[in-house]
Design a protein around this ligand. Structure first.
Ligand code: RB5
Length: 153
Protein backbone atom coordinates (compact mmCIF):
# COMPACT_ATOMS: atom_id res chain seq x y z
CA UNK A 1 0.00 0.00 0.00
CA UNK A 2 1.17 3.50 -0.91
CA UNK A 3 0.82 6.30 1.60
CA UNK A 4 1.29 9.99 0.84
CA UNK A 5 2.70 12.02 3.70
CA UNK A 6 2.82 15.78 4.06
CA UNK A 7 3.86 18.32 6.66
CA UNK A 8 4.87 21.90 7.30
CA UNK A 9 7.98 23.32 8.99
CA UNK A 10 6.62 22.64 12.48
CA UNK A 11 6.29 18.90 11.86
CA UNK A 12 9.50 17.85 10.09
CA UNK A 13 10.77 15.69 12.95
CA UNK A 14 7.45 13.94 13.59
CA UNK A 15 6.90 13.44 9.84
CA UNK A 16 10.21 11.58 9.59
CA UNK A 17 9.44 9.45 12.65
CA UNK A 18 6.06 8.46 11.20
CA UNK A 19 7.53 7.92 7.75
CA UNK A 20 10.12 5.52 9.17
CA UNK A 21 7.47 3.81 11.30
CA UNK A 22 5.33 3.19 8.22
CA UNK A 23 8.25 2.00 6.10
CA UNK A 24 9.25 -0.45 8.82
CA UNK A 25 5.77 -1.97 8.43
CA UNK A 26 6.23 -2.36 4.69
CA UNK A 27 4.24 0.64 3.47
CA UNK A 28 5.59 2.60 0.52
CA UNK A 29 5.66 6.23 1.60
CA UNK A 30 5.63 9.14 -0.86
CA UNK A 31 6.77 12.36 0.80
CA UNK A 32 4.97 15.54 -0.34
CA UNK A 33 6.15 17.61 2.60
CA UNK A 34 9.16 19.70 3.51
CA UNK A 35 12.36 18.65 5.24
CA UNK A 36 13.31 22.21 6.11
CA UNK A 37 12.45 24.09 9.28
CA UNK A 38 12.16 27.29 7.20
CA UNK A 39 8.55 28.50 7.14
CA UNK A 40 6.52 26.31 4.81
CA UNK A 41 2.84 26.98 4.22
CA UNK A 42 0.74 23.98 5.24
CA UNK A 43 -1.85 24.43 2.43
CA UNK A 44 0.81 23.40 -0.11
CA UNK A 45 1.46 19.92 1.27
CA UNK A 46 -2.18 19.48 2.36
CA UNK A 47 -3.28 20.14 -1.21
CA UNK A 48 -0.56 17.93 -2.73
CA UNK A 49 -1.44 14.93 -0.58
CA UNK A 50 -5.16 15.56 -1.10
CA UNK A 51 -4.71 15.60 -4.87
CA UNK A 52 -2.58 12.44 -4.82
CA UNK A 53 -5.20 10.58 -2.76
CA UNK A 54 -8.12 11.79 -4.88
CA UNK A 55 -6.28 10.85 -8.09
CA UNK A 56 -5.43 7.38 -6.76
CA UNK A 57 -1.67 8.03 -7.00
CA UNK A 58 -1.48 6.96 -3.37
CA UNK A 59 -4.00 4.89 -1.41
CA UNK A 60 -4.17 6.98 1.75
CA UNK A 61 -2.60 10.11 3.25
CA UNK A 62 -1.07 11.28 6.52
CA UNK A 63 -0.76 15.00 7.24
CA UNK A 64 1.03 16.72 10.09
CA UNK A 65 1.31 20.42 10.95
CA UNK A 66 1.30 22.20 14.32
CA UNK A 67 -2.24 21.16 15.20
CA UNK A 68 -3.25 19.10 12.16
CA UNK A 69 -6.07 21.57 11.57
CA UNK A 70 -4.80 23.81 8.78
CA UNK A 71 -3.27 21.01 6.75
CA UNK A 72 -6.44 18.88 6.97
CA UNK A 73 -8.57 21.86 5.92
CA UNK A 74 -6.39 22.25 2.83
CA UNK A 75 -6.73 18.57 1.93
CA UNK A 76 -10.50 18.67 2.44
CA UNK A 77 -10.80 21.31 -0.29
CA UNK A 78 -9.96 18.59 -2.81
CA UNK A 79 -13.01 16.68 -4.05
CA UNK A 80 -13.01 13.09 -2.88
CA UNK A 81 -10.91 13.77 0.19
CA UNK A 82 -12.22 12.91 3.63
CA UNK A 83 -9.55 14.11 6.02
CA UNK A 84 -9.88 14.46 9.77
CA UNK A 85 -7.73 15.57 12.66
CA UNK A 86 -7.36 12.95 15.40
CA UNK A 87 -5.41 13.39 18.60
CA UNK A 88 -6.24 9.94 19.92
CA UNK A 89 -6.60 6.44 18.41
CA UNK A 90 -10.33 5.90 19.09
CA UNK A 91 -11.50 8.69 16.78
CA UNK A 92 -8.90 7.65 14.23
CA UNK A 93 -10.28 4.08 14.13
CA UNK A 94 -13.92 5.20 13.98
CA UNK A 95 -13.13 7.79 11.32
CA UNK A 96 -12.12 4.95 9.04
CA UNK A 97 -14.90 2.55 10.05
CA UNK A 98 -17.76 5.06 9.87
CA UNK A 99 -16.57 7.97 7.73
CA UNK A 100 -14.20 6.15 5.39
CA UNK A 101 -11.55 8.81 5.91
CA UNK A 102 -8.79 8.64 3.36
CA UNK A 103 -6.47 11.08 5.13
CA UNK A 104 -5.56 11.29 8.79
CA UNK A 105 -4.04 14.43 10.30
CA UNK A 106 -2.58 15.31 13.67
CA UNK A 107 -0.51 18.00 15.28
CA UNK A 108 3.17 17.88 16.13
CA UNK A 109 2.45 20.43 18.87
CA UNK A 110 -0.38 18.27 20.21
CA UNK A 111 0.70 14.62 20.16
CA UNK A 112 4.06 13.00 20.89
CA UNK A 113 5.67 10.41 18.60
CA UNK A 114 4.36 7.32 20.42
CA UNK A 115 0.77 8.55 20.47
CA UNK A 116 1.09 9.58 16.82
CA UNK A 117 2.23 6.04 15.94
CA UNK A 118 -0.75 4.57 17.79
CA UNK A 119 -3.14 6.92 15.97
CA UNK A 120 -1.75 5.95 12.57
CA UNK A 121 -1.67 2.23 13.39
CA UNK A 122 -5.29 2.16 14.62
CA UNK A 123 -6.39 4.09 11.56
CA UNK A 124 -4.56 1.85 9.10
CA UNK A 125 -5.74 -1.27 10.89
CA UNK A 126 -9.40 -0.28 10.63
CA UNK A 127 -11.73 -0.90 7.68
CA UNK A 128 -14.74 1.01 6.41
CA UNK A 129 -17.85 -0.82 7.63
CA UNK A 130 -20.16 0.30 4.84
CA UNK A 131 -23.85 -0.49 5.54
CA UNK A 132 -25.66 2.45 7.13
CA UNK A 133 -22.42 4.44 7.04
CA UNK A 134 -22.13 4.18 3.26
CA UNK A 135 -25.24 6.29 2.65
CA UNK A 136 -23.89 9.06 4.87
CA UNK A 137 -20.52 9.04 3.16
CA UNK A 138 -22.38 9.19 -0.20
CA UNK A 139 -24.20 12.25 1.14
CA UNK A 140 -20.83 13.93 1.69
CA UNK A 141 -20.02 13.34 -1.97
CA UNK A 142 -23.43 14.79 -2.90
CA UNK A 143 -22.51 18.00 -1.12
CA UNK A 144 -19.36 18.17 -3.22
CA UNK A 145 -21.42 17.64 -6.38
CA UNK A 146 -23.80 20.44 -5.45
CA UNK A 147 -20.84 22.74 -4.92
CA UNK A 148 -19.43 21.80 -8.31
CA UNK A 149 -22.66 22.60 -10.11
CA UNK A 150 -22.95 25.91 -8.33
CA UNK A 151 -19.43 26.86 -9.30
CA UNK A 152 -20.16 26.06 -12.96
CA UNK A 153 -23.19 28.44 -13.15
C1 RB5 B 1 2.30 27.12 11.88
O1 RB5 B 1 2.73 28.09 12.77
C2 RB5 B 1 0.96 26.57 12.29
O2 RB5 B 1 -0.03 27.55 12.08
C3 RB5 B 1 0.63 25.31 11.53
O3 RB5 B 1 1.61 24.36 11.77
C4 RB5 B 1 -0.67 24.64 11.86
O4 RB5 B 1 -0.79 24.40 13.21
C5 RB5 B 1 -1.88 25.23 11.28
O5 RB5 B 1 -3.00 24.72 11.41
Amino acid sequence: MKIGIGNDHVAVELKNIIKEHLEEQGYEVVDFGTNSTERFDYPISGYKVGKAVAAGEVDLGVLICGTGVGISLAANKVHGVRACVCSEPYSAKLSREHNNTNIIAFGARVVGPELAKMIVDEWLGAEFQGGRHARRVEMLAEIEEMQSLKAAE
